[in-house]
Design a protein around this ligand. Structure first.
Ligand code: HEM
Length: 740
């Protein structure tokens, strides 16, 4: 309170009441210009892959190994070892990933920035990163923070005597906080009510629409908890679940319910979940030496002299044995810096008594046990084994309990399961294996990597010309081929780099059966019949056919343009395609094809921006693609909403020209305001129909400005060029095989 700068920052650039304050529901087009070149100090020509190849990888690993026991006075290592801290840092870096939208995860170095750097679950990880700084400094741009944080976790495990499954680099740093990740709507840290009062299917349900559902689980207890999608944590500011149990209720069985739900949302099954929690909690300790009111502001809120560190602790020495992190004070094993099977041994050997940490948090202590667990410093007294409520879930949930007993009896099975699950945890958001770099990339293909077969086609220019001619001879409408190519490529998600046209998984389940693809499948069948007569993979043929259709549509508009085509895609097999995991790529909405699965509380135009962000598009790219796809008559079901032209299938700017033309007026045709009619002001005849997505390009001031560019008299050629460039970008989003 003594700080003179606590008042609101006003009178300077960016201060005062902003557009977001006036219009909180404004379309977030800023999501489409994040991480621009302007925020990146390394410049356009920087190539992390090249830089990483110059790294002396094993020298770096050796430095990390040395770091593990190089205890610093400003943050002394527990038990003389930082392994627990480093593993927790890596796990919290990767653990924000969720399968629902592919966002979060350790792939972008985001733990350095708000909000993650200041999440209550990330207390003390500021120290872990600061301990790593000298190593980062030494190797500079040859290793990104994102890679370094994960590698430090791996090296920590190795230091503890554990054999990891491997490591792949290529996580490229970002230089400012992500704006797009939906972490929930609560306005208090560890508030979690709102995410449970909402729907669990698709996007959030409307205000006041209660979707609390009672479920009787196998344990016979009633759970009134349905977590809003795509969230994968029970409370704002947590990676997963409350360690004390749901809402602090120390019930291990109820805790298991939350664990299962949240870990599933990271793509982890029961066995992986048990292995991960037990493996992690084999090492290190939790920190709750004293009450939380000794802890100062988080890094983002702390004063300048804290220099980016947070949570200054006034309890005792404020560090070492006096550390306060989670407020829990638990040590699981007697060798917290060495890998062992003792987590399971203790879990089952002892009965557990509910107690409280010195900070007052619920935790469990082994009944009648000797005090044989070391304290963090040599002079600290020994203590009895202790556990978190969520740890006990691994024994008392019937399904987890069975797995835990097997792991207790078979340490090798546990170690194998943990090694694989840890690798998956830390690499799950990296996309195809072709992106992995470094000497420790495992040879084995794993199903969650969405593996692709080796190329069998190597088409020449003549082969491609021949395929073009055959596609044209099919005589399919432009809109059919464009819809198919879009359907194939547009599953890509920038967050976890999954999806895309490579693999031609559009021909496999589940994609083939998705509602949004029903029109695309018709053209797909024609290309499947054609493919054996060509020298191309089906994946390439689909993309080529989209390009051929666009070239035709541009010619009909008077422009001769070649749509660039980079062959080399392959066709995946069904057994290389995890149906459940691909299910998460199904779009709830795809405004580019004018698709909306169901009326939603989130307006369709916001869902369009969400999709455009997943596709890594800018606002101008999104604009030109929507306008172009309307002109090309490429809606998901063949409907003519938004096709504001008398020449559908021709690459004209008619969509923009007519949208901005004052000759027309627009009216919603239903109370939900999803569909609109476009009437001539004079005479009142209905000219066209439209969705919210169509009209937003005339209504939103920024999108209108972009639309004006293409609606202008000199906009037609630019439109064709820009459309082809944006289209090509989407077709190639997943071509990591072409990376240098
Ligand atoms: C520490 C909770 C899963 C690795 C902790 C702490 C809490 C916690 C409260 C104490 C932090 C502190 O006070 O310093 C949970 C919960 C989990 C979970 C609720 C899921 C149900 C995992 C997983 C891993 C892991 C999956 C890794 C694979 C660790 C490690 C530490 C730790 C190594 C020790 C940190 C140190 O020594 O400083 N965990 N955790 N945890 N956790 Fe977890």
């Amino acid at each position: 309170t003594k700080c003179p700068f606590h008042a609101e920052v006003a009178g300077v650039a960016g201060g005062g009441t902003t557009n977001r304050d006036w219009w909180p529901n404004q379309l977030r087009l800023d999501l489409l210009s994040q991480h621009s070149e302007k925020s990146n100090p390394l410049g356009r020509d920087f190539n992390y892959r090249e830089e990483f190849r110059k790294l002396d990888y094993y020298a770096l690993k050796k430095d990390l190994l040395d770091l593990m026991t190089d205890s610093q006075d400003w943050w002394p290592a527990d038990f003389g070892s930082y392994v627990g801290l480093m593993i927790r840092m890596a796990w919290h870096s990767a653990g924000t990933y969720r399968v629902g939208d592919g966002r979060g995860g350790g792939g972008r170095g985001q733990q350095r920035f708000a909000p993650l750097n200041s999440w209550p679950d990330n207390v003390s990880l500021d120290k872990a990163r600061r301990l790593l700084w000298p190593v980062k400094q030494k190797y500079g741009q040859k290793i990104s923070w994102a890679d370094l944080m994960i590698l430090a976790g791996n090296v920590a495990l190795e230091h503890a005597g554990f054999r990891t499954f491997g490591f792949g680099a290529s996580r490229e740093d970002t230089w400012e906080p992500d704006l797009d990740v939906y972490w929930g709507r609560e306005r208090t840290w560890l508030g979690g009510d709102e995410r449970y009062a909402r729907g669990s299917e698709g996007v959030p349900k409307a205000e006041g629409e209660s979707v609390l559902v009672s479920e009787d689980d196998a344990d016979g207890k009633v759970h009134n908890r349905k977590l809003e999608n795509p969230l994968a944590a029970v409370q704002m500011g947590l990676i997963y679940v409350n360690p004390e149990g749901p809402d602090g209720n120390p019930d291990p069985v109820l805790a298991a319910h939350d664990i299962r739900e949240t870990f599933k949302r990271m793509g982890m099954d029961d066995e992986e979940t048990v292995a991960l929690i037990a493996g992690g909690h084999t090492l290190g300790k939790t920190h709750g030496a004293g009450p939380a009111d000794h802890v100062g502001p988080d890094p983002e809120a702390a004063d300048l002299e804290m220099q980016g560190l947070g949570w200054a602790n006034s309890f005792g020495t404020g560090k070492g044995a006096d550390t306060i992190t989670s407020g829990l004070e638990v040590t699981w094993t007697s060798t917290p810096a060495q890998w062992s099977n003792d987590f399971f041994k203790h879990l089952f050997d002892f009965e557990w008594e509910l107690t409280r940490s010195p900070a007052g948090a619920h935790q469990w202590v082994a009944k009648d046990a000797e005090a044989f667990i070391p304290g963090p410093t040599p002079d600290a007294p020994r203590r009895r084994p202790s556990m978190l409520t969520t740890d006990l879930a691994l024994r008392f949930d019937p399904v987890y309990g069975k797995i835990s007993r097997r792991f207790r009896d078979d340490p090798q099975a546990f170690a194998n399961a943990f090694a694989r699950a840890w690798f998956k945890l830390t690499h799950r958001d990296m996309g195809p294996k072709s992106r992995y770099l470094g000497p420790e990339v495992p040879a084995e293909d794993l199903i969650w990597q969405d593996p692709l077969p080796k190329p069998v086609h190597n088409p020449t220019a003549a082969d491609i010309a021949d395929a073009r001619a055959k596609i044209q001879a099919l005589g399919l409408p432009v809109g059919d081929l464009v819809t198919l190519a879009w359907a194939s490529a547009s599953t890509f998600r920038g967050g976890d780099k999954r999806g895309g046209a490579n693999g031609a998984r559009i021909r496999l389940q589940p994609q083939r059966g998705w509602q949004v693809n029903q029109r695309a499948v018709k053209a797909l069948e024609a290309l499947e019949r054609l493919q054996p007569d060509t020298a191309l993979s089906l994946a390439d043929l689909i993309v080529l056919a989209g390009g051929v259709a666009i070239e035709q549509a541009a010619r009909d508009a008077g422009f001769y343009i070649e749509v660039p085509f980079a062959p080399g895609r392959v066709d995946a097999l069904q057994e290389q395609t995890d149906v459940e995991s691909f299910g998460y790529l199904e779009p709830f909405a795809d405004g580019f094809r004018n698709y909306l699965n169901a009326p939603s509380a989130v307006p369709a135009e916001h869902l369009l921006v969400d999709k455009a962000q997943l596709l890594t598009l800018t606002a101008p790219e999104m604009t030109v693609l929507v306008g172009g796809m309307r002109a090309l008559d490429a809606s998901w079901d063949g409907s003519r909403h938004g096709v504001f032209t008398d020449r559908p299938g021709v690459l004209t700017t008619d969509y923009f020209v007519n949208l901005l033309d004052m000759a027309y007026e627009w009216k919603a045709t239903s109370e939900e305001r999803q569909l609109y009619e476009v009437r001539e002001r004079r005479g009142g005849a209905v000219k066209w129909t439209a969705t919210r997505v169509d009209l937003v390009f005339g209504s939103n001031s920024v999108l209108r400005a972009l639309s004006e560019v293409y609606a202008s008299a000199d906009g037609a050629e630019k439109f064709v060029r820009d459309f082809v460039a944006a289209w090509t970008k989407v077709m190639n989003l997943d071509r990591f095989d072409l990376l240098k």
